[in-house]
Design a protein. Structure first.
Length: 368
């Protein structure tokens, strides 16, 4: 490289304090080259390629100190994936439900938009998700969604969170232990979950209020027990479901725990680290007494696994990884303008999570 002038060296030394990483890197390359270091040595010290060093030096000889300002990385020309007519067809496609095009979900994703556009002949080939995102941005069809924010009022939040982390670490370290994240959820036929979709900039996406007919025999919502089972770091998660005829109560909770224990024992596990919230049917005396009695029976040789229960801090759903699965599931199975019957809703839930159907748990009549 040619010798540097005093002004050039001063500018390069000042550029070492630039907030731009690109400018700092180029100043380092030019100063090192001016000191007589080889291209290979500079590349090794700065952990970049030899070609990067050569390109910087070559650009400095051509453009001088203007090389310190990075040029735009935008391509000189862009090829559109579809013509004007296809773009308008794509704009009309996205407000529709993906189920219209044979997809098993009610929520659009970039991958589904790519597949549906190609299937409808709007694009000549399957493009990347990023290409579709840029095309939608050029059409003025942004992705909108709302966010909710809550905090836990639990005074012992830090202590309970640390205990949860310790039990998770212990369960993952034991090959015969399974980590279970339990919760109950109501699948409403009437309530519309928060949705986000592609829409025009000035348009409003509206969710219709659903009203059941007067003679509707189905309940307004279906109660369900769920358990997200994580056997180990190298094994896939499992989702276990049991719908309830009625609502979650202590007797049904005990039945679900007994069923889950038998399922895990059949897979060769010896203990379940169960993490769940502080619902009244979780911390009831009957459930805690049953867990103690169950663990004693398992220790004496009965079929099942030992249950190690870890209650979460109050109002802290973010500590239970099963919670987001409810949110995504409700969005995927819902219909914005049609009321689903109970059987159809249940079938969609099983199909979305890929679970096998199980007999419903029944709430005792004396509780009902």
């Amino acid at each position: 490289m040619r010798p540097l002038t005093a002004d050039e060296r001063a500018t390069l030394e000042t550029g070492l304090r630039s907030p731009s990483a690109c400018t700092v890197r180029r100043c380092q390359i030019l100063l090192a080259s001016a000191e007589g270091q080889s291209t290979t040595t500079i590349a090794r010290d700065l952990r970049c390629t030899d070609q990067t060093v050569r390109n910087t030096i070559h650009a400095f000889h051509q453009r001088g100190l203007t090389v310190l300002q990075p040029l735009s990385s935008r391509p000189h020309s862009t090829a559109t994936i579809c013509d004007a007519g296809a773009c308008e067809s794509l704009r009309a496609l996205l407000p529709q439900s993906p189920r219209t095009f044979g997809k098993p979900t009610s929520r659009w994703t970039l991958a589904l938009a790519v597949e549906s556009s190609f299937a409808q002949g709007l694009t000549p080939r399957l493009v990347s998700d990023e290409t579709m995102r840029l095309a939608l941005r050029r059409l003025g069809v942004p992705w909108k969604r709302a966010k909710h924010w809550i905090t836990s009022p639990e005074p012992a939040y830090a202590r309970k969170k640390n205990r949860r982390a310790q039990l998770i670490q212990r369960a993952m370290a034991q090959p015969t232990w399974a980590l279970g994240l339990g919760d109950e959820v109501w699948w409403s036929r009437l309530a519309q979950p928060d949705q986000h979709c592609w829409t025009e900039t000035d348009a409003k996406y509206k969710l219709q209020e659903l009203t059941p007919p007067t003679n509707d025999p189905d309940p307004k919502a279906l109660a369900c027990y769920g358990l997200l089972v994580r056997p180990g770091p190298q094994q896939a998660d499992q989702m276990w479901w049991r719908f309830v005829v009625g609502r979650p109560v202590r007797a049904v909770t005990i039945a679900f725990l007994a069923w889950s224990s038998a399922q895990l024992a059949a897979q060769g596990f010896t203990a379940l680290c169960l993490i769940w919230d502080n619902a009244s049917w979780h911390r009831s005396d009957a459930v805690r007494h049953w867990i103690r009695q169950h663990n004693q029976q398992v220790k004496q040789g009965a079929v099942g696994v030992r249950l190690v229960v870890c209650p979460l801090p109050s109002k802290s759903p973010w500590l239970n990884p099963i919670e987001p699965k409810w949110v995504h599931g409700k969005r995927a199975v819902s219909e914005a303008d049609r009321l689903l019957n109970a059987d159809e809703l249940e079938a969609r839930v099983y199909a979305y999570y890929g679970c096998e159907r199980e007999a419903h748990l029944v709430m005792p009549k004396k509780v009902a």
